[in-house]
Design a protein around this ligand. Structure first.
Ligand SMILES: Cc1ncc(COP(=O)(O)O)c(C=O)c1O
Length: 306
């Protein structure tokens, strides 16, 4: 079973110990994607019951692209390598290859020495600071951010488990009524020197779920983008979202039909009818009318609307 340690979309920390218990009761092993968790929280793999874990150096303040996969030896030995190349083999013949034992089998090619040195230095520095101290500092800064955001009119935070006292890393995901995300990000950057990540974080299924986008609407979007029909329609929210009590629940927001579709269009500020514009060579792109001018805003917003 593979889960994220902390959501890169909502920042919510997943109940790893409970999930490990469920996986192990059913004879499965637990893999944790700790890209968002490792830089923010102490992780005790043995105590939490994590069997395998991966994390990225660049999220730990380590430059040069190294990351780590921590896995049980037996699993590493039984896998074919994802990348094939020098150093990963015992013997190559004209009709086959005998792979090296782990970890060499998974480390083909010239090693990223600089990246590994940087990753080691970043890990050492975080350990010197103490991950509990890092987590505490982050919690207090994040609390200030969430409190400030929720006091702003029109700001709508998005969370998987809105009412729960789930631990969260310092990610704040929100929509602001009246603004599309690229424009809002540009305003925050140009006028307030605040950098944000806008868009869907390559997590479109989760964002669709949080915004209540219907399967029909997703199917329409797939068609508009030239994609084949989905072979695996999403299950309804109540079927695959569960609180920490393990009981499936529907989010408080209303769902279903036309009402939901309108609400999503409003939330995304996507005009219901985009135009398909030919771009040559048989390709087309979707052209959206500009967003309504946000009243009372200066700077980029009003310049664009003029
Ligand atoms: C949860 C999660 N997993 C994986 C990744 C990708 O990591 P990398 O950039 O090292 O491929 C990210 C962020 O980009 C992430 O947030």
């Amino acid at each position: 079973m593979a889960v994220t340690g902390a959501s890169n979309v909502t920042g919510e920390v997943w109940p790893i110990g409970e999930l490990a218990g469920i996986a192990h009761r059913h004879g499965a092993e637990l893999f944790v994607d700790a890209a968002q968790l490792a830089p923010h929280r102490p992780i005790d793999m043995a105590r939490s019951g994590i069997d395998h874990l991966a994390f990225s150096g660049h999220k730990l303040c380590a430059p040069f692209g190294a990351g780590a996969l921590v896995a049980r030896r037996a699993r590493l030995d039984e896998r074919e390598p994802q990348l094939q190349g020098g150093g990963a083999i015992k013997l190559v013949t004209l009709d086959g290859v005998i792979w090296a034992d782990a970890p060499d089998i998974h480390e083909a090619g010239s090693p990223n020495v600089v990246g590994v040195v940087a990753l080691g230095a970043a890990c050492r520095r975080l350990l010197e600071l103490g991950m509990e101290a890092v987590a505490e500092q982050e919690r207090s800064l994040a609390q200030r951010l969430w409190t400030g955001l929720s006091s702003l009119p029109g700001v709508r935070p998005l969370r998987l488990w809105p009412g729960a006292s789930t631990d969260r890393v310092g990610v704040a995901r929100f929509n602001l009524d009246g603004y599309r995300h690229p424009l809002l990000a540009a305003i925050l950057s140009a006028e307030h020197a605040i950098g944000v990540r806008h868009g869907c974080f390559c997590a479109h299924p989760l964002i669709s779920e949080l915004l209540g986008v219907s399967d029909d609407e997703i199917a329409r979007l797939r068609r508009a983008l030239g994609g084949a029909p989905s072979r695996s329609p999403r299950r309804r929210a109540g079927q695959h979202r569960a609180g920490h009590d393990g009981v499936g629940h529907r989010p408080a927001r209303g769902r279903g039909g036309r009402d939901r579709s309108d609400r999503v269009s409003r939330a995304l500020r996507v005009p219901p009818r985009a135009r398909r514009v030919p771009t040559g060579g048989g390709s087309t792109r979707l052209d959206y009318p500009p967003p309504a001018c946000p009243a009372g805003r200066g700077g980029i917003a009003s310049r664009r609307c003029r």
